[in-house]
Ligand binder design. Structure first.
Ligand code: NAI
Length: 596
């Protein structure tokens, strides 16, 4: 931008992406862009970090010519054309900087948008301040303001966390015993079994990547329902401008509904998404074993069941893997890839590669109950429920975690996922819990009252016809009565304690997972939590957050919770060890990967 003129190939994109790493454009970027492109465009580009296409860059004066054909030939021709004209210095230009009266609403709107769409992030606001400085101060003074803001962002915890996540997304693709050169299998065609919430979404994801997909359900009514939901979801995407009608029409043609196994003999991959239950899953896999060609990948979308047990129903456990999508599957970026004992390296490498093609971030995890994502989510949401039973209001718990940066409070999440779902999971695994260990009380009562959450119009909250949450004073009173009857003392709980209890429950569970080797690195857990559960990226994920707070401090607090609340808060041995050694989860992961 400091050059006299700029040319670009017509396919070029230009942008100021720094805010995505928690910093702002430096080296005068925030001072020169408004001089070239005008204040409104510059503020938008610097605050959002989103690039623009060459044509728009030309229109806004960021480039002076788009070159079709050979760049060098075109650039030289342009240089000859302007050779005898004055060479303008960007820094001296004032014509597009506007007046304070013109600019005030632009900055106000940009700040408001940043506070909503980039909630909690400091870099976008700093970028807006820097552009504002360009409009108010001489160039050199504006650069000085930019430098100060840049430095403050660069040394912030936020930029360290965002940079950690940026590299982490690349890091998770590295699997020590499945090197880059591992051969992969072609996935040109696929099938999905089960056309429910997840199966329908997964079929859309495959079709969106151009992969023709058979969609099988057990009966016509379920299949029709599934297809209607897919059509509705696509229609919403068109309405919101995310997809074009033409794209949707093409994709819909790729989804072929079926009730039988015709066509399964030729598909390269099947994703099973039938009801959660071992007997049913084994039955389906037995059938897949019979109908699918050798070499086909047989994947399960199970969220909790043992992949090895599912694989044992087939004659080819090496072809069986977990591909755990998150709801809604066509939106959420995370794909947890679950490795069974026998899963072949080719199958793992193929699924990791496929995740990219599907626009997902694939993270490989081991086969433990709930895998990584749900194994950690369980203690997190349980702690939120305990807090409510100890006297914190539903709203206070959700607000504390929302303010911490979570996309949604845990109890609102519970209402969305279904209180009945949580109840069923607790029942199914009850036999594995130690007798006498504290269990959520109010959630079970809500279930008994038929308050399943959003789907029944009431759960922790009440819901209006637009599914907007409304506080329910009646429920607050009931919870306090149930808790008092159960001998749980009622007290005020600060937002800080709410956040610590819930976030450290994640950290403690994550430490066990790491120690047991079900996640390869701490950053894998961070990527899972940011992409699957809306953990704030600017805190770097739960494990990075703990490293940032300091493991000694986190450990001390967990020991205190252990004294107050008992066994559920026993610190993970790895956490105790690292805290004593003054190390971090990141240190542990580095050492661990070096050995691997
Ligand atoms: P769902 O109840 O919406 O859909 C299940 C579908 O499977 C139904 O349409 C049913 O008719 C069909 N089905 C049942 N038996 C079948 C058979 N033998 N052959 C063909 N189709 C059959 O269930 P949902 O929520 O889609 O869950 C499916 C799987 O995905 C489960 O394993 C669940 O644990 C997992 N999962 C669910 C998530 C969620 O948020 N709902 C998130 C991630 C995983």
């Amino acid at each position: 931008m400091a050059g006299h003129y700029r040319v670009a190939v017509s396919g070029a994109q230009v942008g100021q992406p720094e805010v995505k790493l928690g910093i702002i454009p430096g080296a005068g970027g925030t001072q020169r862009l408004p001089r070239l492109a005008g204040v409104a465009k510059a503020v938008e580009m610097c605050a959002t970090g989103n690039p623009i296409k060459g044509k728009e860059a030309l229109q806004f004066g960021i480039v002076d010519r788009l070159i079709e054909g050979d760049l060098l030939v075109g650039a030289v021709a342009f240089a000859r054309e302007i050779a005898n004209q004055p060479a303008p210095k960007t820094r001296e230009r004032l014509d597009k900087l506007g007046t304070p009266v013109q600019n005030a609403p632009i900055f106000a709107a940009a700040r408001e948008a940043a506070q909503i769409k980039q909630r909690g992030l400091m870099a976008p606001l700093a970028a807006i301040d820097a552009v504002e400085a360009a409009t108010r101060l001489p160039f050199h003074e504006g650069c000085e303001v930019e430098r100060k803001l840049f430095t403050a962002c660069l040394f912030s915890d936020q930029s360290k966390a965002l940079i950690h996540i940026f590299f982490g997304e690349r890091e998770v693709a590295k699997i020590p015993d499945v090197p880059k050169e591992t051969p992969t299998l072609p996935v040109k065609t696929a099938a999905v079994v089960g056309a429910g919430t997840m199966g329908g979404g997964i079929a859309m994801v495959l079709a969106n990547a151009g992969i023709p997909v058979l969609l099988k359900d057990a009966d016509q009514a379920a299949l029709d329902r599934g297809l209607a939901t897919i059509q509705k979801n696509y229609a919403t995407s068109v309405k919101r401008g995310r997809l074009t009608q033409q794209f949707v029409d093409e994709r819909l043609k790729l989804i072929m509904p079926t009730l039988g196994y015709d066509g399964f003999a030729t598909v390269d991959m099947v994703v099973e998404a039938v009801f959660e239950g071992m007997a049913l899953k084994q039955q389906v896999f037995k059938e897949l074993d019979r109908f699918c060609k050798l070499g086909a990948i047989l994947a399960s979308n199970t969220s909790t069941l043992n992949i090895d047990e599912i694989a044992s129903a087939t004659s080819r456990p090496e072809a069986v893997i977990g591909t755990h999508f998150f709801s809604p599957a066509n939106i959420m970026r995370l794909l947890e890839i679950v490795r069974g004992q026998a899963t072949s390296k080719e199958v793992i490498a193929t699924c990791m590669q496929l995740s990219k093609k599907l626009g997902k971030v694939g993270v490989l995890v081991g086969n433990c109950r709930g895998f990584v994502a749900n194994r950690m989510f369980h203690p997190y949401i349980r702690e939120a429920m305990f807090l409510v039973e100890e006297g914190a209001s539903v709203e206070a718990v959700d607000k504390a975690l929302y303010d911490f940066g979570m996309a949604m409070g845990p109890l609102a999440t519970g209402d969305l996922a279904g209180i009945d779902v949580g109840w069923r999971i607790r029942r199914e695994y009850q036999h594995l819990e130690k007798p006498g260990i504290r269990q959520p009380l109010a959630a079970d009562r809500l279930y008994e009252m038929g308050r399943y959450g959003q789907k029944t119009g009431a759960g922790w909250y009440r819901y209006d016809e637009n599914r907007r949450a409304i506080s329910d004073a009646g429920i607050a009173e009931l919870i306090s009565r149930w808790a008092t009857e159960a001998g749980i003392p009622q007290r005020y709980i600060s937002p800080e304690e709410i956040v610590e209890r819930c976030a450290y429950a994640l950290v403690n569970a994550g430490a066990r997972i790491l120690e047991e080797g079900y996640a390869l690195r701490a950053v894998d857990i961070d990527i899972i939590y940011i992409n699957g559960f809306g953990f704030p990226a600017y805190r770097g994920g739960p494990m990075w957050h703990a490293d940032t707070v300091g493991l000694k401090k986190v450990h001390d607090r967990i020991c205190e919770f252990n004294r107050q609340h008992g066994e559920l808060w026993e610190p993970a041995p790895l956490l105790t060890k690292l805290a004593k050694e003054g190390k971090t989860f990141a240190d542990f992961s580095l050492e661990h990967m070096a050995v691997a």
